[in-house]
Design a protein. Structure first.
Length: 833
């Protein structure tokens, strides 16, 4: 954001470990890197050069902290948590590192003295977009909190060469192109060749007799590849702790190449090399569905075995073979089912490689692993086919069968030979082919199973994991998600951050978000309201410029900025939002002088490349938007902007500018949501269903400061059970009927009226799985109410302020403290003062 922070000197008192550097030294460091690292004369330097030189200058400042954190953790031989996640949506790293190390003001000033604009220089950094959506961004917020709270932690993942695709629009339709973010390298990645590990695939299993006459089993893989680790430093707020992400890159082994060469197979050698390197090539762009793709499963196995081997190496270097204390030193969190193969892999490493017995190994596993579930959507519950295992991971299949046999005999000891129960609880699903239920494997192999919001955790116990809950209720717990206030308030919204600091006369709130409660008493203070809303307006003007630039749409900063930013998915119901837009547009055409609060509907969303209906919805919003934006009759009262390529960096511009936060999923479908928290923290009022963390946001802010509409979970279930027919709603609701019919008329798409037939069909002919029609009227009523309330400026300001003041529960520091205390049993290891 464009504003300058004046509060860093205050913060220095709070953050004893802030990095100290003078503007002069920092400037010299930038110039030094420009010459020595980049071989550039300043007169020729591009924005990217300046960003790189600045990033390198910051990096220099934090490296000492990085090394001292590692040696502190090593010396203390303390327990660490290892976070296994296939996704990390980090965004840009430089600005966040500046905030957290306390160098933001210094860097701004240094660049200013060099005659440069800080914001445009920082914009040269390409987002590290190694994630799809909420799950990956949560993993990133968690890393920030772990370091900020001085917890010893490592985040393990994959260094994808291509992150989530870049989105653009052509004729309103989504076009994808590769996100080659690493094309020119990244100053934040540090390679660690000495920790390279080998990864086997395929082959067979052999029994071997030891010298003592014991039989053991050995996996003889057919092929091998290498995992090379790259570390990305994660600076905690205040810079007392610098943890790291360790991301694995797949490479071919030399042996493999040599063999092929010796056989005269040059092309084959190159082919195999390319195949090995394919594994870490690209992030799968689907959110919630990626079942059965072999390459995806190989990615999962690849990063899991690399990480577990690394964990065991570290453990042994400190504790030798003292396996009794493994679980006292190691906690592993499985971020969703993606890393579920870790359970049989750790068993294999302990039993086959380290030579421990089954029972002891199993005890270790179930003490070390904990599993987080992020969704109830059935398509997201991963299953791997047994033939796949036979071919690629034959030893793992044996281990899974053994785990299952023991598990089912335990089940039988409770329920007797109840074949129904056994089939329901089995890790193996019968059928052709047989499938391994990875979520069940995670539950059986873990000591803790958590959902990500109260409602979601409750539904987990009642639905998909009900049978497991009945057997081991003590495993189940809730950890409501959170967001880091450093990135999502302090860095993203400097204007509001400064106001908060001045008003509270404290700058420790980014580390202690409860302090925001102190703003409550200013909620009705007209002077404070004025300042608060002025900042909102500045942020809106800033966003309006970006929208003009990216979409060519003029937004009026005095309109309501109504924002829906998240992946495009039917359950998130962007099309419900569209139906309201159509309804409002129609109303204005009938009466152009209608006294409505002008609205700017702002969307940001990527659709999975193969998800046709999601793409149809994007196309429809863009097409309708285009007609509305160019219709002079409605006098600019309505605008629609779909910002292309929504990502973390754009989120940091959009969120501080939002008045309204659309959280309108079908109740029971959104596990938690985290955008809802970021938006409310920045003073956007939630327009939401009683779903995910919206329920807890309502609890925190109070019913007067949020707009709730639609069916709750029980009502959704009841209506489904009774037999829901969207046509009945359609036939009895004139507005809904008009909106849906209008969409497939010539009006929006002259000559191609069937363009949006799929969208219309999905909510009528195809049964309206996500109950868009059922919630339509209630949504429109709530939106109309909101429009009325907005006219009362003082009331709106009060609501917005109270949202900021009451969001402290949703700091990821709170979430991480709960994980550390309840699941990991993890101690902080702060630096000595
Ligand atoms: C999921 C859910 C979100 C949740 C996020 C983080 O759909 O509701 O907020 O994880 O727990 N796959 C996701 O994005």
């Amino acid at each position: 954001m464009a504003k300058k922070s004046s509060s860093e000197s205050e913060a220095r008192k709070e953050c004893k470990f802030y990095v100290n550097a003078s503007v002069k030294d920092f400037k010299n460091s930038i110039l030094w890197h420009m010459e020595r690292s980049l071989a550039r004369a300043t007169v020729r330097a591009t924005s990217r050069d300046w960003w790189l030189a600045t990033a390198m200058a910051v990096r220099d400042e934090i490296m000492g902290r990085f090394i001292s954190t590692m040696s502190r953790q090593y010396k203390a031989n303390s327990k660490r948590v290892y976070y296994l996640s296939l996704e990390y949506l980090m965004g840009r790293l430089t600005e966040d590192t500046l905030t957290n190390s306390g160098l933001m003001d210094v860097a701004r000033e240094a660049l200013k003295e060099l005659g440069l604009d800080f914001d445009s220089i920082m914009a040269s950094e390409v987002d590290m977009g190694l994630g799809n959506g909420g799950l990956g961004r949560l993993a990133a917020c968690f890393q920030d909190s772990l370091a900020t709270l001085d917890y010893p932690a490592v985040g393990y993942g994959i260094l994808y060469e291509f992150g989530l695709f870049t989105q653009s629009f052509e004729g309103g339709r989504q076009i994808e192109s590769p996100d080659n973010w690493l094309k020119f390298g990244s100053p934040w990645d540090i390679v660690r060749p000495e920790y390279t590990v080998k990864v086997g695939i395929g082959g067979r299993v052999e029994g071997v007799m030891s010298s003592t006459g014991d039989w053991s089993v050995r996996w003889i893989p057919e092929g091998e590849l290498l995992g090379v680790p790259w570390d990305v430093p994660v600076v905690g707020y205040g810079a007392g702790t610098v943890n790291f992400l360790r991301l694995w890159e797949s490479r071919a082994t030399n042996e493999l190449d040599l063999n092929a060469f010796n056989n005269g197979g040059y092309t084959q050698a190159v082919h195999q090399k390319a195949m090995s390197e394919t594994i870490s090539k690209v992030l799968y762009p689907n959110d919630k569905t990626e079942n059965g793709k072999i390459l995806r499963l190989m990615q999962q196995y690849f990063f899991v075995t690399c990480s577990l081997q690394d964990i065991i190496r570290r453990f042994k270097s400190l504790n030798g073979e003292n396996w009794d204390i493994f679980a006292d030193k190691v906690a592993i969190q499985l971020n969703d089912t993606h890393p579920a193969i870790a359970v049989p892999e750790l068993m294999r490493l302990l039993v086959d490689v380290e030579g421990l017995g089954w029972d002891k190994s199993w005890e270790i596993c179930t003490h070390v692993f904990a599993y987080t579930n992020h969704t109830l959507l059935p398509e997201a519950l991963e299953k791997w086919s047994v033939p796949f295992f036979e071919k690629l991971l034959p030893r793992h299949l044996q281990i899974i069968y053994e785990i299952n046999a023991r598990w089912l005999s335990y089940v039988e000891s409770i329920y007797g030979r109840d074949s129904d129960k056994i089939a329901r609880l089995s890790i193996i699903e019968e059928g052709a082919p047989k499938m391994v239920r990875m979520a069940y494997l995670s539950v059986v192999g873990s000591h803790s199973v958590n959902g990500v919001a109260e409602l979601h955790s409750q539904l987990l116990k009642e639905s998909v994991l009900r049978d497991f809950y009945q057997i081991s209720p003590e495993k189940f717990n809730n950890k409501t998600n959170g967001i880091t206030p450093r990135r999502w308030l302090k860095t993203a919204n400097e204007g509001l951050s400064d106001l908060i600091t001045k008003t509270l006369k404290s700058d420790s709130w980014p580390k202690n978000l409860d302090e925001l409660k102190g703003l409550e008493k200013f909620a009705e203070d007209s002077d404070f309201q004025k300042k608060y809303m002025e900042i909102k307006r500045e942020n809106k003007a800033h966003l309006a410029k970006i929208v003009k630039d990216l979409c060519g749409v003029d937004l009026n900063p005095d309109a309501i900025f109504d924002v829906q930013i998240k992946r495009l998915h039917e359950y998130k119901r962007q099309h419900l939002n569209l139906l309201y837009i159509l309804t409002l547009y129609r109303r204005l055409l009938h009466n152009p002088d209608a006294d409505i609060s002008p609205r700017a509907f702002i969307f940001g969303a990527k659709a999975a490349p193969g998800y046709d209906l999601a793409k149809n919805i994007i196309w429809a919003i863009n097409t309708v938007g285009n007609v509305i934006n160019n219709d002079a009759r409605i006098k600019g009262k309505l605008k629609v902007a779909f910002i292309p390529n929504y990502n973390v960096s754009l989120a940091m511009d959009i969120i501080p500018a939002a008045d309204v936060s659309e959280q309108i999923s079908t109740a029971g479908k959104e596990a938690s949501g985290t955008g809802n928290m970021k938006l409310a923290l920045n003073g956007a009022i939630t327009m939401g269903t009683l779903d995910g963390a919206n329920v807890e946001i309502l609890e925190e802010v109070g019913k007067d400061n949020v707009f709730i509409f639609g069916m709750n979970v029980d009502e959704v279930q009841k209506l489904k059970a009774e037999g829901y027919n969207p046509w009945n709603v359609y036939n009895s609701n004139e507005n809904l009927k008009s909106a849906l019919d209008w969409l497939v008329s010539d009006y929006f798409m002259p000559g191609n009226p069937t363009a949006f037939e799929p969208l219309r069909k999905s909510v009528l002919d195809w049964g309206d799985q996500f109950m868009v029609c059922a919630d339509y009227q209630s949504y429109c009523d709530a939106q109309d109410r909101l429009g009325e309330v907005y006219k009362d400026k003082a009331r709106w300001a009060k609501m917005a302020i109270l949202n900021t003041a009451r969001m402290s529960k949703f700091s990821s520091d709170r979430t991480i403290s709960e994980y550390a205390d309840d699941i990991w049993n993890l101690e902080k290891l702060p630096p000595r003062e």
